[in-house]
Design a protein around this ligand. Structure first.
Ligand SMILES: N[C@@H](CCC(=O)N[C@@H](CS)C(=O)NCC(=O)O)C(=O)O
Length: 222
């Protein structure tokens, strides 16, 4: 095994975050697209908690938390300085990302999957999630990106979750008083980095020819 293996699911915001960082760091991995209801045995064997993304390194080490995968990639190569935001310390950036992964994701799930949480009020959760989005909008009033005039890890790790929230009801989302958030989200959705990591691939099956990422495009162009 020459390259790390990444188990991923295209639409999962955590897996997107891992692919975005791996792509920004230009680290070559074998990409194995999965279906959540039919996970590959090998993936579950190496990571029994069975969430995506999962990265298996050639050393045998398994990294199965999306932020840790992002850090693994960017600590090898970080040409855009995503780990060093212009206006805050790296620690402050991570504290902010944890607000996304904690309370915002909590309210996002209870808005998006309201029927799974019958005891919860979807409107209350939508309002709570919106408070976090208002905070992002305020940051983006004065800066192009969350922490300055260039993107950092917070932008690429939070944007997939804002996208997921926006897609619950895009018309409602687009009509909220957060123009700078909309500008930032749309810019992300149109970026080459995002479009590259959202290319569609068939689910992996044992014995398949390896599909390399992020070089998949260059490969098909040959
Ligand atoms: N904390 C994990 C969360 C990953 C996660 O929850 N991924 C979801 C998909 S978006 C998953 O795999 N869920 C398992 C399932 O649905 O079976 C990370 O950051 O990697």
């Amino acid at each position: 095994m020459n390259h790390p293996i990444l188990y991923s699911f295209r639409r999962c915001p955590y897996a997107m975050r891992a692919r975005l960082a791996i792509s920004a760091a230009d680290q070559k991995v074998e990409l194995r697209e999965i279906i959540l209801r039919n996970k590959p045995e090998h993936m579950v064997e190496i990571s029994p908690k069975a969430t995506v993304p999962v990265l298996l390194l050639p050393t045998g080490e398994v990294i199965d938390e999306s932020l840790d995968i992002a850090l693994w990639a960017l600590r090898i190569n970080d040409p855009q300085n995503l780990l060093t935001p212009p206006t805050v310390s790296t620690e402050e950036m991570f504290a902010f990302i944890s607000q996304n992964d904690g309370p915002f994701k909590h309210h996002l799930d209870r808005t998006k999957y309201a029927s799974r949480y019958p005891e919860e009020n979807a409107d209350v959760n939508r309002a709570a999630a919106s408070q976090f989005l208002q905070q992002l909008n305020v940051k983006l009033n004065s800066e192009v990106y969350l922490f300055g005039n260039r993107p950092c890890l917070a932008d690429i790790t939070i944007a997939p979750f804002v996208r997921q929230f926006a897609n619950i009801d895009r018309t409602w989302f687009d009509n909220q008083p957060w123009p700078d958030l909309l500008r930032w989200l749309n810019q992300f959705l149109e970026s080459e980095l995002f479009l590259t990591v959202m290319e569609k691939h068939k689910p992996w099956q044992p014995g398949d020819t390896p599909l390399y990422f992020p070089l998949a495009k260059a490969k098909t162009d040959q």
